[in-house]
Design a protein around this ligand. Structure first.
Ligand code: PLP
Length: 453
């Protein structure tokens, strides 16, 4: 269509996109998304697409939810902006802080608002170091995170992230170091070990790193309960409790990056509850507003909050949009809707187990080497040889082939290398899970057929 070509030309001429190879984009032209409803998108050609990624893991309540739209409209009329600096506040931010204290685990009674998850993780780095300064241990600066984790694109966020491709572009800020992720399949599926024993060994890499750095220099450990952008890596059940034990042993702050896992995605309000750990700090964003408007934050547990409030004086940190009134009003409507629709229980007791069951059925497919899921997140590892669990040569870009078939067949699924992942809206019905699974199977078949051509 003419309008699509015009959009694509203007896009290629003026728009530098995040995480995009622009040479490829210029060749193919961007897919222009024009509207959305429930779990579906429509592009400028009128094609209907099932959005199995909830946008970027964020549209937890699905598209087109009237209470969120009304909340934004009302708030824009009433007070479209005011800041929360210098001893001022406003009702939407206060009410949201109060509601967050109710839905998060009990150690969290305070929130620091940011504009995004990346800003949240930058705030974590500064806050953690501030905490140890206040406590008279300024040498504790090192933050340990994991390879293949994703914590954002700001300087601190990309440094915490464990992606080599990011570190190569811009470097890593000082005093951040990484350990391996607990991915059983990638570590060669050691046949002499149960997944649970592997989880304990993988958590032990944290202790090794702490001893290497020197415990008196380590400030915090940060991880995603289930690694999202790294490929939906669901850790063994033993992993997180052992991480907690190690952090406690050395007095190190434990940070849970809940940007993806928060607000119901894993079947509890927060991923740390699914993994049975009690973090000192949590990064939140995405699902807090279901992505309708940008908002992020840091949930601050009592240990850190008391130090900041009672002993710290002024914390010289904040953003123009910290606690933006429109974003807070939308977050309030979103969280209340999650409560009203009982979405967290829906994920834990109904749709999450159903998705797990239907995902497990994919294990019989010749291309599939491993299937994992947790709540409304799932991953399918594509393999060259199922029996021997060998992976395809990276140059073949099999994941990208599969992704192209998804695109062509009205399904948005992400490829992380050769791992195909989904994180659909939490409002999905069983019939919609069936619809998604039929599309996934068709795209796997088409990929297999293309490889055998
Ligand atoms: N942390 C995690 C776990 C994420 O997945 C993301 C984004 O995908 C971020 C942080 C960064 O959030 P934002 O893109 O809002 O800056």
């Amino acid at each position: 269509q003419e309008s699509t070509r015009q959009w694509q030309a203007a896009d290629a001429q003026h728009f530098l996109h995040p995480f995009t190879d622009h040479a490829g984009l210029a060749r193919k032209g961007a897919r222009i998304i024009t509207r959305a409803d429930n779990i579906y998108l429509w592009d400028s050609e009128g094609n209907k697409i099932l959005d199995a990624m909830s946008g970027l893991w964020c549209v937890n309540v699905g598209y087109g939810q009237q209470p969120l739209i009304d909340a934004a409209t009302r708030q824009m009329k009433e007070l479209p902006f005011y800041n929360t600096f210098f001893q001022t506040s406003h009702p939407p931010a206060i009410e949201l802080a109060e509601l967050l204290a109710q839905v998060t685990p009990p150690q969290f009674q305070h929130v620091f608002f940011t504009g995004s998850g990346s800003e949240g993780n930058d705030t974590i780095v500064r806050m953690v170091r501030r905490y140890w300064d206040i406590k008279g241990e300024p040498a504790r600066k090192v933050i340990i995170s994991r390879f293949n984790g994703y914590h954002g694109s700001t300087m601190a966020g990309s440094s915490l992230s464990g992606m080599k491709g990011m570190h190569d572009q811009g470097g890593v800020i000082p005093d951040i170091t990484h350990i391996e992720q607990p991915h059983w399949f990638e570590h060669g599926r050691p046949q002499n070990l149960s997944r649970e024993d592997f989880g304990l060994i993988a958590a032990g890499w944290l202790e090794t790193k702490i001893l290497e750095v020197g415990p008196e220099r380590v400030a915090a450990f940060i991880g995603e309960p289930v690694q999202g952008a790294g490929g939906v890596m669901v850790p063994p059940s033993t992993y997180w409790p052992e991480i907690q034990r190690i952090c406690d042993k050395y007095g190190i702050l434990l940070v849970s990056d809940e940007v993806i896992c928060g607000f119901g995605r894993t079947g509890h309000w927060f991923g740390c509850e699914t993994m049975d750990v009690k973090p000192d700090l949590m990064t939140i964003a995405k699902g807090i507003t279901s992505g309708y408007v940008p908002l992020g934050g840091v949930m601050v547990g009592e240990r850190v909050a008391r130090a900041l409030i009672d002993e710290g004086g002024e914390f010289n940190h904040g953003f123009t949009y910290s606690g933006h009134p429109v974003a807070c009003a939308v977050a309030l409507a979103n969280i209340r809707l999650i409560q009203q629709l009982d979405l967290v229980r829906h994920v834990r007791e109904d749709i999450g187990p159903y998705l797990a069951q239907r995902f497990a059925e994919l294990a019989d497919h010749p291309l599939v080497g491993e299937v994992q899921s947790c709540g409304m997140m799932g991953a399918v590892q594509l393999v060259k040889d199922k029996a021997a669990s060998t992976l395809f040569e990276p140059d073949l870009e099999v994941g990208m082939l599969c992704r192209a078939h998804c695109f062509g067949n009205g399904l948005i699924m992400r490829a992380v290398g050769d791992r195909m992942i989904v994180a659909p809206p939490l409002v999905m019905t069983r019939a919609q899970v069936d619809e998604m699974m039929a599309l996934i199977r068709r795209c796997l078949d088409l990929t297999l057929a293309e490889l055998h051509q």
